[in-house]
Design a protein around this ligand. Structure first.
Ligand code: FAD
Length: 284
């Protein structure tokens, strides 16, 4: 099913993200995690795409497995920053042949010394549109994309991306809902009207949050920082506190009418399960 149809049917659409294995030897364990996440019956699951890495070929295989074997609508990520036009075409055609109707079109991070066929995700979106009738999503950044120094300019670029053929947007992770509400207000004032899905990342290790926030520029509010300071060296307590924090974010987002919740699961079904159980009635 196209994700654009899900937005017509449900008040709050729920999705889970999984990433393919870094090495082929881990393929079965990722498939196992995919099966456990599928059992939580999200509205759709997304499969990330390793820009230029060996994991890219597994994106199609995992998306196909989710949809054909588990009956879960799949959203395949696709990047273009370090791929040739032929590689991009090959993946889009393979997705179409596998019955995958949804693609998250991304530029990806530029690798030094590697030229991609497109400069921006908007060009990839136009290319996918030329290939067939896909439902296409794009990424957006409530705190601004790390490369763009001016948030207004970043939103102007986002508007151009949506106009190139984006059906919906998924946000980068954020830890303060007011940051999202402020962003949504700015999008509305620029006439960007596609559904925006809120990306929620439950943090389960102090080291990972430092790495992740420095890569994407997301800011930790004092409330979250206090959790890390207090429980950073106690994994079981940090896990519990992070799940509670994510649940609180989701309840507030759903109560304020956000159209979708996307959980960055980090391939940890037990954490996604705890969150999903806590909000099962809220997101029904
Ligand atoms: P774009 O929309 O092209 O924007 C990139 C930058 O270029 C921005 O700063 C923007 O302001 C600027 N820009 C856009 N258009 C123009 C223009 N015409 N002129 C000048 N500047 C312009 N990465 C992966 O490798 N694999 C994944 O699976 C993956 N999944 C992701 C999922 C989500 C929900 C998110 C939020 C990110 C994901 N990423 C992934 C990371 C993403 O690839 C990087 O953030 C990347 O740096 C930007 O990709 P984009 O599609 O947002 O780029």
């Amino acid at each position: 099913m196209k994700i654009s149809e899900l937005f017509k049917q449900k008040r709050t659409v729920v999705s889970l993200e999984i990433f393919p294995p870094k090495q082929d030897t881990d393929f079965d364990s990722v498939l196992h995690a995919a099966d456990e996440l599928s059992a939580l019956r999200p509205d759709y699951m997304s499969v990330t795409y390793g820009a230029g890495g060996g994991t890219s070929r597994n994106t199609v295989a995992i998306a196909r497995h989710l949809q054909q074997d588990n009956g879960v609508t799949a959203l395949a990520h696709l990047t273009c920053a370090s791929s040739t036009r032929e590689e991009v075409s090959g993946i889009v055609d393979a997705l179409g042949a596998s019955g995958i109707e949804n693609i998250l079109a991304l530029r990806g991070d530029r690798a030094p010394g590697k030229e991609g066929c497109f400069n921006y995700a908007s060009e990839l979106i136009e290319e996918i549109r030329r290939h067939g009738d896909f439902c296409i999503g794009g990424a957006c950044y409530p705190e601004g994309h790390i490369e763009c120094g001016n948030k207004e300019t970043d939103i102007d670029h986002l508007k151009a991306k949506v106009e190139s053929g984006c059906d919906f947007l998924i946000t980068q992770m954020f830890f303060d809902n007011n940051v999202l509400y402020n962003f949504l207000y700015r999008l509305a004032s620029k006439g960007i009207g596609v559904p925006v899905v809120a990306g929620i990342m439950p943090i389960t290790s102090a080291a990972s949050i430092k790495r992740v926030t420095s890569l994407c520029g997301a800011v930790l509010p004092p409330k979250h920082r206090a959790i890390l300071d207090r429980f950073g060296d106690n994994p079981a307590a940090l896990r519990q506190a992070s799940i509670a924090y994510a649940v609180e974010q989701i309840v507030d987002l759903a109560a304020n009418g956000v159209r979708g919740i996307h959980i960055y699961t980090m391939n940890k079904p037990d954490i996604a399960q705890s969150i999903m159980h806590s909000v099962s009635e809220i997101l029904r």
